[in-house]
Design a protein around this ligand. Structure first.
Ligand code: ASP
Length: 328
């Protein structure tokens, strides 16, 4: 190959598919809520967007074909390990197609478990591929466009949907039905798509206080459960979670992490025994900090992200003091 031919070579882009609505279909073009998720394979997703081949040398890989509610720890670990391996080679960037319901959990997990300057982009869709005005194809093409763009390096894991570029660390699903489903409530978006051109608001940066967990060789993670806070919550669900094998519990509590009197007393007892309880907030925005004898505040993390952080911390046997620092 001559030098001039080499300079026109397209970047290698791996697209890993996991299922979700972006791979969903229905017999009716107007069905946007009773369709079946995860019915189309990666080859069909790529074939539906021929423009992909103009911007990258695309390789598709089917990691799973599930609704994102069935993304397991095994799938998360497989993704992190595969990204580590593939991006260490000549693959320039990675896109992961994913159901939107738990996309933020995978994005957050990968933010904590990958270490690369190369872009890793999660993408989903709110309408199945068969719908009139389906959003998946454009979302996928925009995600790929960001992935291979020179401005996208050194920004960690990102999400591209609905013309927005979001941080994989901060993004969260805030709407159940409409294509504008994701926001980074406190931190804001990283950028905006104008057609296929990404416009980043800031120079490359990483979330502050983002720990890195090396999961190479891991096959599973300790169990962490989430329980919900509401008026007069008793201790039954917390105790059941622990009896059932949870090694830590997140309480999606009210307000700034508040608990009912019986639950607070139980949390104090467990904290004195060194059992990790993290208190997040069922409100969408805020920073949660609690006295040290009353558990651990989740900081800016919502309950589902706090669970991911705890599973990773417990897997490397961090003590309570170290765990507390991850949430500051
Ligand atoms: N239930 C679907 C999923 O998360 C929803 C979606 O993809 O939008 O897999």
């Amino acid at each position: 190959m001559t030098v001039s031919q080499a300079s026109f070579a397209l970047p290698r882009l791996n697209i890993y598919a996991t299922g979700g609505t972006i791979a969903g279909s229905s017999a009716s073009a107007t069905d946007t809520f009773q369709y079946e998720t995860a019915t189309l394979g990666i080859d069909k997703l790529i074939a539906a967007v021929p423009e992909l081949k103009k911007i990258a040398e695309v390789k598709g890989e089917q990691i799973a074909s599930v609704d994102s509610n069935d993304i397991s720890v095994a799938i998360l670990l497989q993704l992190a390990q595969k990204l580590h391996q593939d991006l260490a080679g000549d693959t320039a960037a990675a896109v992961i197609t994913h159901g939107t319901d738990t996309l933020e959990e995978t994005a957050f997990f990968l933010s904590l478990t990958t270490k690369t300057d190369k872009p890793i982009i999660l993408v989903g869709a709110m309408r199945p591929a068969t719908a009139i005005s389906a959003d998946g194809s454009m979302n996928l093409l925009q995600a790929a466009s960001v992935a291979v763009h020179e401005d996208a390096a050194k920004r960690g894991v990102m999400m591209v949907m609905n013309d927005r570029i979001g941080s994989g660390f901060y993004i969260t699903k805030t709407r159940a039905n409409t294509p504008d489903a994701f926001k980074s409530v406190e931190a804001g978006y990283l950028g905006l798509m104008i057609g296929l051109e990404p416009h980043f608001y800031y120079l490359p940066q990483q979330p502050s206080n983002r720990p890195y967990f090396d999961v190479s060789g891991y096959k599973e993670l300790p169990r962490v459960d989430i329980i919900y806070g509401y008026q007069s919550t008793d201790t039954a669900l917390l105790d059941a979670a622990i009896e059932n094998g949870a090694k830590a519990v997140v309480i999606d509590a009210t307000g700034a992490g508040s608990l009912s009197t019986p639950l607070l007393e139980r949390v104090k007892e467990l904290t004195a025994q060194g059992f990790p309880i993290v208190r997040a907030s069922r409100t969408v925005e805020g920073y949660i900090s609690v006295p040290e004898d009353e558990g651990t505040g989740s900081g800016f993390l919502n309950a589902q992200k706090a669970r991911i952080m705890l599973m990773l911390a417990l897997a490397q046997q961090d003590d309570l003091a170290t765990i507390r620092n991850y949430f500051k």
